[in-house]
Design a binder for this molecule. Structure first.
Ligand code: FAD
Length: 414
């Protein structure tokens, strides 16, 4: 009998399991994958996420993996460049974009090292119920044996298509449609000046992202509106290059002399939703409970933030310090409060429909390094969005524009 079974051992599951084991609980992670293995996901990890990795004693391992630190952001809104980087917080002045083969394996190893039992190649087929209370799982091991395993709590860290969420009928709320379709691949042979820089090009209804990663490679993604998905699929390479040609012509010319080192990966299944993350004997974390368009690169760091608060809530209930509903409703409240503004901002960015105020803000950010850095701090999770977007802050920023600005809507973006 385990205290907690965690289904899924990647960004959400392994850190949660590790933190629970450190608090003295008996934890089992089940994942049908074997590690190291890749995931359909780009992998920009925000400074706020790195601050957690450091707190958990894992940042040095990531730094030693050969992943280049990213210390500069350059976001092009049409012809307008906003550049800078998030203000340093807790000694973290960089981001990393580690391959998931490296990052997920590191997290699984850390969980094992700190006392978690991890079973790879184990597919959970169904949940066990005692009345309406979840009390375990049934599934098939890597060796093909069917097994029943019991636990006080079962956590679904099993991603967007969560089997746990389906089995318990977890209610979704604040759902928004999928806004984008994205494809990406890896390139080598780009100019060295890109090595420590994240560059984003937003041009009309296209977003291109260039992110340095392991092996002197660059992940380059091209996102288009969701309505373009069927057309995109007819010629992924052609439409990908066309998007880059239109949004970032100099990059496109550079790619002519570079080498593509992987196949294309991508998806249009990028729904935006919250799910109720708990019920009798079960909980959800990571994409299983909350998903938003990857355009702002929040998913991994959000999963780590929620691993801390869910482990605290489960510890409180498992030790009897708090009742289940009290502890778990606080977990849900904090998750939603911590993510609400970035959820809205991400959905706005992913819809490629910037309102006039955002367009004006871009002009301010382009000319004020201080405000640009604070903007990148919002994306990085190190500047509170409610501070940056507060009425006073907005008035201060918009007050910096020349008086005639509002007479000319301009042609900045979208
Ligand atoms: C195209 C794309 C780009 C993205 N880019 C970024 C980015 O740049 N930065 C960022 O922070 N986030 C990004 N994200 C989001 C990020 O990938 C997710 O938020 C993150 O992977 C969530 O981790 P997770 O552990 O919740 O789920 P997952 O990574 O999906 O892991 C779920 C695990 O559960 C296992 N599992 C599922 N069902 C079962 C079962 N029945 N039995 C056993 N095991 C099971 C799977 O094998 C898997 O290992 C992107 C996502 C996409 C799709």
């Amino acid at each position: 009998m385990y205290d907690v079974i965690v289904i899924g051992g990647r960004c959400a599951g392994s850190p949660l399991a590790m933190l629970l084991a450190q608090l003295g609980h008996r934890v089992l992670v089940l994942d049908r994958s074997h590690f190291p293995s890749d995931r359909l996901s780009t992998h920009y990890v925000q400074p706020s996420g790195l601050a957690r990795l450091r707190r958990w004693g894992l940042l040095d391992q990531l730094a030693a993996s050969g992943c280049p630190p990213i210390r500069e952001a350059r976001w092009w809104f049409g012809e307008t460049l906003v550049s800078g980087f998030a203000p340093e917080v807790d000694g973290i002045d960089m981001a990393y974009a580690p391959r998931r083969t490296v990052l997920d394996a590191l997290l699984v190893r850390a969980a094992r090292d700190r006392g978690v039992e991890v079973r790879e190649g184990f597919t959970v087929r169904e949940l066990l119920f005692d009345g309406d209370q979840v009390c375990g799982v049934r599934g098939r091991s890597a060796g093909g044996t069917d097994e029943t395993i019991r636990a006080t709590v079962v956590v679904g860290a099993d991603g967007r298509h969560s089997m746990v969420a389906r089995a318990v009928g977890a209610e979704s709320y604040d759902e928004r449609p999928a806004y984008t379709v994205v494809y990406y691949t890896y390139w080598q042979g780009l100019s060295a000046h890109r090595r420590n820089r994240n560059e984003v090009f937003i041009h009309e209804d296209t977003q291109i992202g260039v992110i340095p990663t392991h092996d002197d490679a660059y992940l380059i993604q091209a996102a288009r509106p969701h309505s373009f998905a069927a057309t995109y699929r007819t010629d992924i390479e052609g439409h990908y290059r066309q998007a880059i040609r239109e949004a970032a012509p100099a990059l496109d010319r550079e790619l002519d002399g570079a080498t593509r080192v992987s196949r294309f990966l991508g998806t249009a299944a990028l729904q935006n939703y919250y799910r109720r993350p708990y019920g009798p004997g079960w909980a959800l974390i990571g994409d299983a409970g909350f998903h938003k368009d990857p355009l702002t690169g929040q998913g991994i760091s959000d999963a780590w933030r929620d691993a801390e608060s869910l482990s605290a809530a489960l510890h409180a209930t498992l030790t009897g310090a708090e009742g289940w509903d009290q502890a778990m409703s606080e977990y849900e409240r904090r998750r939603n409060a911590d993510s609400a503004m970035m959820y809205d901002f991400t959905c706005e960015a992913a819809s490629f429909e910037f309102d006039p105020m955002t367009r004006h803000l871009v002009q301010v950010l382009a000319t004020s390094p201080e405000h640009a850095n604070r903007f990148f701090g919002v994306i990085a999770g190190t500047v509170a969005p409610e501070d940056f977007f507060s009425p006073d802050s907005l008035l201060d920023m918009l007050g910096r524009l020349p008086e005639d600005t509002f007479a000319d809507e301009g042609d900045l973006v979208g």
